[in-house]
Design a protein around this ligand. Structure first.
Ligand code: NAP
Length: 311
């Protein structure tokens, strides 16, 4: 039977949460890291990570997260596998974590690392070819597509920025958008319209992603119902991301309009003693490397908060 109160609770076991756990354990803070499944988060299902420093040959997302989990375990991070359904921050001194079985634990300080998930198209072939030509991150995977022809799905800021970035590697990038104009801010539109390696298929949606072992073609349908086949070697699905925030009191935490938690540069939210790190934070860049940094930062900020409370 575990305790019912901790100095620090870390919610989520992805890169931010595991790093927070490591720092909390090494700082000898009375803590628990709560994760509903296997630690690792979104990266567990990332085929290959080539931009995490210290691994010059690259490694699979699974291997990277296994290493981070073993590292946390080596320092006796206290990991509790249990599903949280809500958080009650009405009593700011003692924050309440409520589990699916109705049990409750409390803490003085809380670090929220619940992450975010890229939106999926939900079409045949997408899941099976994920990591085999289907990607949700241009910044992460662009170098795998050197001299290839790839498609970018979406017309928002992310799609447009990543399409531009992809042209540093790909021979050609085709943006496929469901309407006849981009949603992206005008200044970003100007950048892609000036880029000679980018072309467009308007008013069209992807209805299937096909390929024997890797992506070979997309099946498209236009807004008049005409279908066509389009050969590409990669497809970047950049149609927004959804924060994993269902269990969070968003209003109290001053979430931004998309539901990401706003913090100061030290990861402090507007609620004293509550911190947010990793992809759940409102920010521009969502990568493993900054998630880890924020996890460490959040523990230092939490430690300051705990000390100020006890003095
Ligand atoms: P977003 O602005 O929501 O754009 C998503 C795009 O995907 C839209 O063009 C949308 O089409 C399309 N889309 C959505 N669901 C789709 C589906 N099922 N099938 C096909 N297309 C679909 O998302 P985002 O680009 O990730 O940006 C999120 C927020 O972050 C935005 O506020 C953005 O400004 C901000 N951001 C800022 C920067 C920057 O300032 N440099 C960079 C990246 C992101 P419709 O247009 O038809 O709705």
């Amino acid at each position: 039977m575990g305790k019912d109160h901790y100095e620090l609770i870390i919610l989520g076991g992805g890169p931010a949460g595991l790093t927070a756990g490591l720092y909390a354990s090494r700082a000898r803070i009375d803590h628990v890291l709560i994760e509903k499944g296997a630690p690792g988060g979104q990266v567990l299902s990332t085929d290959w990570v080539d931009n995490y420093p210290g691994f010059p040959e690259g490694l699979s997302g699974f291997d990277l997260m296994e290493k981070m989990t073993s590292h946390a375990k080596r320092f006796d991070v206290n990991i509790l596998t249990k599903e949280v359904v809500s958080i009650d921050l009405n009593d700011q001194v003692s924050k309440k974590i409520i589990f699916a079985d109705d049990s409750v634990i409390t803490c003085d300080a809380l670090i929220i690392c619940t992450g975010a998930s890229p939106n999926k198209l939900g079409v045949p072939g997408e899941a099976a070819l994920s990591g085999k030509g289907v990607s949700y991150c241009g910044t992460c995977d662009a170098p795998f597509y050197r001299n290839m022809h790839v498609a970018v799905i979406g017309g928002g800021d992310t799609a447009v920025e990543e399409a531009d970035y992809l042209t540093r590697f790909a021979r050609k990038v085709t943006i496929i958008h469901r309407r006849d104009e981009l949603r992206a801010t005008k200044i970003l539109q100007e950048v892609v319209y000036a880029n000679k390696k980018i072309d467009y298929i308007w008013n069209s949606r992807v209805i299937a992603i096909e390929g024997e072992k890797e992506v070979e073609r997309l099946q498209l349908v236009d807004n008049d119902g005409n279908t066509s086949s389009f050969d590409v070697q990669g497809v970047f699905i950049l149609i927004g991301i959804t924060p994993n925030n269902a269990l969070l009191p968003l209003e109290k935490l001053n979430a931004d309009k998309w539901g990401f938690i706003q913090t100061d540069t030290e990861t402090r939210t507007v609620v004293p003693g509550v911190f947010a790190a990793g992809d759940i934070r409102s920010k521009l860049m969502r990568q493993v490397v900054n998630a880890c940094g924020e996890g460490a930062n959040a523990v230092i900020a939490a430690e300051h908060y705990l000390k100020s409370k006890s003095s």
